[in-house]
Design a protein. Structure first.
Length: 312
C-alpha cells in the first residue's frame, strides 16, 4: 500500500500546521514499508514563504501527474481570497482525491470550489463568522477540533492539524499505529473529533508542576470519586496545603475544578452523541443525571436538554 499525500501550501502558511507532516512521517516508520508518499505542493512550484519567514520547496500541481490519494489544503495566518485560477486548480486536485482535508484557513481557500457546500467543517472560532457570511452554503462549526463529513476532513488549525493527521492515520493504518505515533510525539492528549477548541484545563493555568500534575490526574480519572485527599496524595502534599495552593493557582476549589472538567466532558457527549443521559453522566463522572444537570447549568447555563437540542 502506498498512499500519496499532497500538502497544498500558500504564502503565509503557519509552520506549526505542518506538524501534520511529521505525523505521517512517523507513521511510515511505525508501520514499516513507507505507506505514505509525502509531497509539498503549490500552484506554481515555487518556494513558499511561511508567516514566520522560513521557506519550503514545493512542486507544482499538474493534472497530468495523476491524482493524489489525499489532498490537504493549508491556509495562511490571514485568510486568502483565491483567484479564479486557484479555485479551478483546487477543485481539480480535490475532485481527483479519495479524501480532502483543510487545515485552519484552508477552508476559505477550498470553499469557493463548491466542494464544501452542505458539509460540516471545523474552523477556528476567530474566523468562523466571516467564513459563514461569505459562504452560507457551508455548515461552519467554530468549536470542534476536527470534523469528518464524508470525504471532507477539516481541522481548526495550529496543533489541531496533528489531531486531524492522527485521525487520518488511524483511518488508514489502525488505532495501534496512530497511538504509537502519538506517543513518539510525546502528546499529552490526542483530541478526538468530539473535543472542543476551548479547554477548561487551559483556562486554569496553574503555575506549579504539582497542581498541573493533579489536574492531569483528575482529567484522566474523572469517572473515579476523586477526593481532595486522593489528589493531594498524588502530588505528595497535605490536604490543607494542597487545597490552599490549588485555590491560589487556579482561582477555584479542587471540587469546583473537577465539576467544571466533568461538565466539559458531559457537554461534548451531549452535543456529539445520542447516548442516554444516565450514560453521559456516568462517563463524565457524575453520580446522577441531576448532579450533571446542576453542574451544566452552573458552568454553561444550559441544561442537558438544551445542549442536546443544539442545532447543527
Amino acid at each position: 500500500m502506498n498512499r500519496s499525500i499532497a500538502f497544498f501550501l500558500f504564502p503565509g502558511f503557519q509552520l506549526v500546521d505542518l506538524g501534520a507532516m511529521t505525523v505521517f512521517d512517523l507513521a511510515n516508520t511505525e508501520y514499516g514499508g513507507r505507506p505514505y508518499d509525502l509531497r509539498t505542493v503549490s500552484a506554481h512550484g515555487t518556494p513558499i514563504r511561511s508567516s514566520a519567514g522560513a521557506t519550503l520547496e514545493t512542486q507544482a500541481w499538474r493534472a497530468s501527474d495523476g491524482a493524489f490519494d489525499t489532498v490537504l489544503v493549508f491556509g495562511a495566518a490571514d485568510p486568502i481570497v483565491p483567484d479564479a485560477d486557484t479555485v479551478a486548480l483546487l477543485r481539480a486536485a480535490a475532485n481527483g482525491a479519495r479524501r480532502v482535508g483543510t487545515v485552519c484557513n484552508g477552508t476559505a481557500l477550498l470553499a469557493p470550489t463548491g466542494l464544501l457546500d452542505g458539509r460540516l467543517v471545523a474552523v477556528r472560532a476567530m474566523h468562523a463568522a466571516g467564513l459563514q457570511k461569505r459562504h452560507p452554503a457551508i455548515r461552519v462549526d467554530p468549536e470542534r477540533v476536527w470534523i469528518r463529513d464524508g470525504k471532507i476532513w477539516s481541522s481548526a488549525g495550529m496543533t489541531a492539524s496533528i489531531d486531524l493527521a492522527l485521525a487520518l492515520v488511524e483511518d488508514d493504518l489502525g488505532e495501534e499505529v496512530a497511538l504509537a505515533v502519538a506517543r513518539r510525539l510525546v502528546l499529552y492528549h490526542w483530541r478526538s473529533g468530539a473535543d472542543t477548541q476551548s479547554s477548561n484545563l487551559l483556562d486554569m493555568r496553574p503555575k506549579s508542576d504539582r497542581i498541573r500534575t493533579a489536574l492531569g490526574y483528575a482529567r484522566r480519572n474523572l469517572r473515579l470519586p476523586l477526593s481532595i485527599d486522593e489528589l493531594a496524595e498524588q502530588v505528595h502534599m497535605s490536604r490543607r496545603h494542597f487545597t490552599r495552593t490549588f485555590r491560589a493557582e487556579t482561582g477555584q476549589s479542587p471540587a469546583r475544578a473537577i465539576e467544571t472538567m466533568r461538565a466539559e466532558v458531559a457537554r461534548t457527549l451531549l452535543e456529539n452523541s445520542a447516548l442516554p443521559l444516565d450514560t453521559v453522566a456516568r462517563e463524565a463522572g457524575f453520580t446522577s443525571t441531576e448532579q450533571m444537570r446542576m453542574a451544566l447549568v452552573r458552568v454553561y447555563r444550559q441544561t442537558p436538554q438544551d445542549l442536546r437540542r443544539r442545532p447543527d
